[in-house]
Design a protein around this ligand. Structure first.
Ligand SMILES: [Zn+2]
Ligand SMILES: [Zn+2]
Length: 340
């Protein structure tokens, strides 16, 4: 004699089996027709499916039918070689919220479409780790970062003292094999510094994806690297946050004026030399004309030789000019003596 609950359990199990069988044949029919979707396993226990938008936007979803399916949420597990664990964790939670809405109904195709849509609508997911690092380590309260998923862009406004610069970084579809795009918006740094910031940021991004011209046989073969974080490190830490606080190595006063718009006399204008240090024009001019000249003039801050297009003279020439100036000074003094 079979007791009632056992009959009930039996019929429920049978019902579950039927529902899953029907769903599985539906999945087998529909899933392969979606671009980028490949069924790996599709059995009454679980469905494993590869979901691929691009080389980078690629993950594997393991969807397991729980004991009370479909009256219980399907269990989603995501794995990826390219997307970060943190992103997968977040996406799994979002999937979990979504499946709640579909309890009592078929859930596999819903999940496949949901994840494919997520990758389509959130192109910045391919650099989610870099973005959270940037937010955590580089930005302070006065700074602003907006993520524009629609256009796959990051919009920054970075401030330091009274200075600021806005820039937009575009993450291309085939990132990180293709470097990010850099566009400078409004800024109140001297033109000279802005040009340097921009040109070097572009160069840093390029170097991340293009192999060096000179091959070093000892090093492992070149592989394109993510360019978003290196570019932000440079623009934020090495430029926008740094220069407003730099002092002139000669007079040790702040190099940039406290109020960015201030009209500066020629001598107080900013010059940047090869090593990256900035000087007041007048201070640098005086320094370059003062001995010792042997071995070239060295930056007082870092000891590197100073290269600047306005002062491209050899130590010998500087020495000669110095001697000439000294001689004239002596002559002048003699004349003055004579007049006395
Ligand atoms: Zn100075
Ligand atoms: Zn220096």
């Amino acid at each position: 004699m079979v007791t009632l609950p056992e009959i009930l359990l039996f019929s429920m199990a049978e019902e579950r089996e039927k529902v899953i069988e029907a769903e599985i044949s539906q999945v087998k029919e529909r899933a392969p027709s979606i671009e980028g979707v490949k069924l790996i396993t599709c059995v009454p226990m679980f469905v494993i499916v590869s979901l691929k938008k691009t080389e980078q936007k690629h993950l594997t979803a393991n969807l397991q039918f729980p004991p009370n399916y479909p009256n219980e949420q399907i269990v989603v597990e995501l794995k990826s070689k390219t997307l970060s664990d943190k992103l997968l964790y977040g996406l799994t939670n979002v999937c979990d919220q979504e499946t709640k809405k579909w309890v009592g109904q078929k859930q596999v195709m819903v999940m496949i479409n949901f994840i494919m849509n997520f990758m389509e609508e959130n192109p910045l997911c391919i650099c989610s780790d870099e973005i959270s690092d940037i937010k955590k380590k580089m930005l302070s309260d006065c700074d602003d970062l907006k993520l524009k998923q629609k256009s796959s862009q990051l919009v920054f406004r970075i401030c330091q003292n009274n200075y600021h610069m806005s820039f937009v970084l575009s993450v291309p579809e085939f990132y990180p094999s293709v470097q990010i795009g850099i566009e400078v918006g409004d800024y109140n740094f001297p033109e000279l510094l802005k040009t340097h910031f921009q040109a070097n940021a572009v160069e840093i991004a390029r170097k991340c994806v293009q192999p060096p011209l000179k091959k070093n046989s000892k090093e492992p073969p070149f592989k394109p690297a993510p360019s978003l974080k290196p570019v932000c490190e440079f623009l934020i830490n090495d430029c926008i946050k740094k220069y407003p606080q730099e002092v002139c190595p000669v007079c040790t006063d702040r190099c940039l004026p406290t109020s960015p718009g201030e009209k500066l006399s020629g001598g107080r204008q900013v010059e940047r030399v090869y090593c990256g240090h900035i000087f007041h024009h007048g201070c640098l001019r005086k320094y370059m004309k003062t001995p010792p000249f042997t071995g070239g003039k060295k930056c007082p801050s870092c000891g590197k030789q100073i290269f600047h297009q306005k002062w491209r003279i050899t130590p010998e020439l500087a020495e000669a000019r110095w001697a000439h100036k000294q001689a004239r000074q002596r002559e002048l003094e003699e004349v003055v003596d004579f007049l006395d």
